[in-house]
Design a protein around this ligand. Structure first.
Ligand SMILES: *Cc1c(COP(=O)(O)O)cnc(C)c1O
Length: 396
């Protein structure tokens, strides 16, 4: 259709181009619970595409807590937090997380995305400076842009480069924020916190860490990278998510009481978007009980991680620099990644193909995430599927 007849015709043209290039993606539809094996598009498959690290999406304690909250409090909070939508359950959850993380205070946002974007945009002004790892998550990048502060990107995990940027800005007015992912979501490697924290401290910069993929995975009982590296008290802004290992939905910011009270006044997703339903807060609270009571889940996650990585490596796949349960199988071009993903699905495994712009060109991959609840038999079947699909496409 011509642009005169359809002002959005350019979108259709772009979609057609993606179809020709083989990068068009149809949404896979989940028709069961999100679990180690799930039903997608009418087919039962081993699910290596979720962030459900500890299997908490279906944990009986979380289910029961959510159901009890629905019965007692209904299904919605009725308002944004600052008007009348702060429920006692929300505060209880925030206190619980703050104690878990060993910080003064915590505020929960609707999502990890909202937590990052809302916080960076709130604490900085256009006169300030952000020193940001090149592979930081999109929600950090959006927060940086919304803040209008000047953004200085450093090469991935390059502490010396980050420190040099801070040194270069020594005499430039404005606050400095050094920001990194705790675990990088596409490569599964861990941010160099000790070096970055020292650099921030030496230059009086604010240190912020996004621990979305580390919460429930790294550190004692899943306390995250700050605990993993023992840098408590040296990271002023800690972000985490309730949507991944915690198994529910939400994001949070941990730090000083004043940081949190400031965010109550200035973080736009907190001020202008309705708070979580009570069932979400109640299920999250139950999840923190499970983290303390069932450490064997985290042990099983890491046992499965080691087993699966070793299997992929011995099959001859390139798995990059992962140090966590996120294991990319790097294939090159986006088209190949999507082909591998489709071939795996035919073999009974769901693992998503990821290409540019989510990852750099030439680094397209199929990303896998094992969970605590995958059995060895499931992992063996998944490895066999990778072997079949990899040979079929000439990758190994
Ligand atoms: C997933 C993710 C987020 C967003 O978390 P949600 O709760 O899903 O919105 C933020 N940062 C990183 C690094 C992530 O991987």
């Amino acid at each position: 259709m011509t642009s005169a007849g359809n002002p959005l015709g350019y979108l259709s043209e772009q979609l057609d181009q993606w179809r020709r290039e083989g990068t068009y993606q149809r949404l896979r539809v989940l028709e069961s619970e999100s679990a180690a094996e799930s039903r997608f598009d009418g087919k039962q498959v081993i699910n290596l595409a979720s962030n459900n690290y500890l299997g908490l999406t279906t944990h009986p304690k979380l289910r029961e807590a959510a159901l009890a909250a629905v019965r007692k409090y209904g299904v919605g909070s009725g308002a944004v937090r600052t008007i009348s939508g702060t429920m006692s359950l929300h505060l209880e959850l925030e206190e619980r997380i703050a104690a878990f993380k060993n910080v003064e205070a915590c505020v929960v946002f609707q999502s990890g995305f909202a937590a990052n974007a809302g916080t960076v945009a709130a604490v900085l002004t256009p006169e300030d400076h952000i020193i940001s790892d090149e592979l930081n998550h999109a929600s950090i990048i959006d927060g940086c842009r919304l803040s209008k502060a000047k953004i200085h990107v450093f090469p991935h995990k390059d502490v010396a480069a980050a420190e040099q940027k801070l040194a270069d800005l020594r005499d430039t007015p404005g606050r400095k924020l050094l920001i990194t992912d705790g675990v990088f979501s596409m490569d599964g490697d861990i941010g160099p916190l000790p070096g970055l924290v020292a650099a921030a401290q030496a230059h009086g910069a604010i240190m912020m860490v996004d621990d979305a993929h580390a919460s429930g995975v790294l550190g004692r009982n899943g306390r995250g990278t700050i605990d993993h590296f023992g840098v408590h008290g040296r990271v002023q802004i800690q972000v985490g998510t309730l949507s991944k290992a915690i198994g529910v939905l939400g994001g949070y910011v941990c730090g000083s009481r004043d940081l949190i009270e400031f965010l109550y006044h200035r973080a736009r997703p907190f001020l202008f978007s309705t708070s979580h339903p009570p069932a979400v807060a109640a299920a999250c609270l139950a999840a923190f009980d499970v983290l303390e009571e069932e450490p064997e889940r985290i042990q099983a996650l890491w046992d499965n991680t080691r087993y699966f990585k070793a299997g992929l490596a011995s099959a001859g796949f390139q798995t990059g620099m992962s140090e966590t349960p996120i294991t990319p199988v790097i294939v090159g071009e986006a088209k190949q990644a999507h082909e591998l993903s489709r071939a795996l699905f035919d073999e009974g495994v769901l693992a998503t193909g990821i290409g540019f712009p989510t990852v750099p060109r030439g680094k397209a991959r199929v990303r896998t995430i094992v969970t605590a609840t995958h059995t060895r038999a499931e992992l063996d079947r998944a490895l066999a599927a990778f072997g079949q699909a990899g040979k079929k496409l000439g990758l190994i």
